[in-house]
Design a protein around this ligand. Structure first.
Ligand code: F6P
Length: 319
């Protein structure tokens, strides 16, 4: 391939810039030109495409967000939108595309693959919910942001003997809640993959109170309910007073951790290797610290699973 494209799409995640940098540098290293597609699939449809040079990706490895910008694009979910995108790629002589993003972005890459266009998906989302990889780019940074918040909330929870509900992101996945809850020593973690009964949460709170512990941290994944809904439920059904913190979009920002930068660099470079080897329609990932790649259509037919042993452990440690 003489010319490839790269785009970031969907919710941004820390480390996307490092991934784009890896794509650009790796391709140029092998004598291939790279074109940046700005604003995800929306920009692809509109032809918002510019050539990237080595210097275009200088000084971005440590920056959160994505310098290529991102968007959620309804039009690209239609066959018409996808065809417009392929027309733009052909018009610019772009022979293969690296798509960095989460579930929706992968669906777009899958569609391009079905149309016969060579694409490689790189998992970039804080949600850690992409099948075919143990970790997604941005998850580790988001996790550290959440931990920082939990630690701070714990200080005030302890001072006031209060129970706090912390609502975290993750869309339909519980990874951010589970990992941050375990790392932050939360008393209860509510994730969509496991139905934690209200009674169980209350029992844990009461058990803590009985042994003289009056503060507690409850992590609620947004895929279960909102923090304020859960607070209302605790108040209405158990007369328990809580405070609620919704962490929101701060979870998506910030400088990527070393781990996310390394992951992004490895995955971005592997995506280029695959395209240059003529292997389109792939999704790259990491398993047991080794790079892997799968057929993107096949990968998307599976569902990401949480680590149930970790969930069990979190219960045992917060007894
Ligand atoms: O997929 C990343 C994510 O931050 C989810 O955790 C969250 O549900 C969603 O995006 C929020 O999307 P938006 O920024 O479009 O509101």
């Amino acid at each position: 391939m003489k010319r490839i494209g790269v785009l970031t799409s969907g919710g941004d995640s820390p480390g996307m810039n490092a991934a784009v940098r890896a794509v650009v540098r790796k391709a140029i290293f092998h004598g291939t030109e790279v074109y940046g597609i700005y604003q995800g699939y929306q920009g692809l449809i509109e032809g918002n495409i510019q050539k990237l040079e080595l210097g275009s990706v200088g000084d971005i490895i440590h920056r959160g967000g994505t310098f290529l910008y991102s968007a959620r694009c309804e039009e690209f979910k239609t066959t018409e939108g996808q065809k417009k995108g392929i027309e733009q790629l052909n018009k610019h002589g772009i022979e293969g595309l690296v798509v960095i993003g989460g579930d929706g972005s992968y669906r777009g890459a899958e569609a391009l693959t079905r149309h016969g266009y060579p694409c490689v998906g790189v998992p970039g989302t804080i949600d850690n919910d992409i099948p075919g990889t143990e970790f997604t780019i941005g998850f580790d940074t988001a996790l550290n942001t959440v931990i920082d918040a939990i630690d701070k909330i714990r200080d005030t929870a302890t001072s006031h003997d209060r129970a706090f509900i912390i609502e975290v992101m993750g869309r339909n996945a519980g990874d951010i809640a589970l990992w941050s809850g375990l790392a932050g020593g939360a008393e209860s973690i509510l994730i969509p993959e496991e139905k934690d009964e209200l009674a169980d949460v209350v029992q844990r709170l009461n058990r803590g109170t009985e042994r003289g512990k009056k503060h507690s941290i409850i992590i609620v994944a947004e895929g279960v309910t909102t923090g304020s809904e859960f607070a209302k439920q605790l108040k209405d059904e158990c007369n328990l007073e809580t405070r609620v913190s919704v962490l929101g979009h701060i979870q998506r920002g910030g400088s990527p951790t070393a781990s996310d930068r390394v992951l992004a660099s490895r995955l971005g470079a592997r995506a280029v290797e695959l395209l240059l080897a003529g292997k389109g329609g792939r999704a790259v990932g990491i398993e047991k610290n080794a790079l892997v790649d799968y057929d993107i259509i096949e990968a998307l037919s599976h569902q990401h699973q949480i680590d149930r042993s970790m969930y069990q452990l979190s219960k045992e440690l917060s007894i």
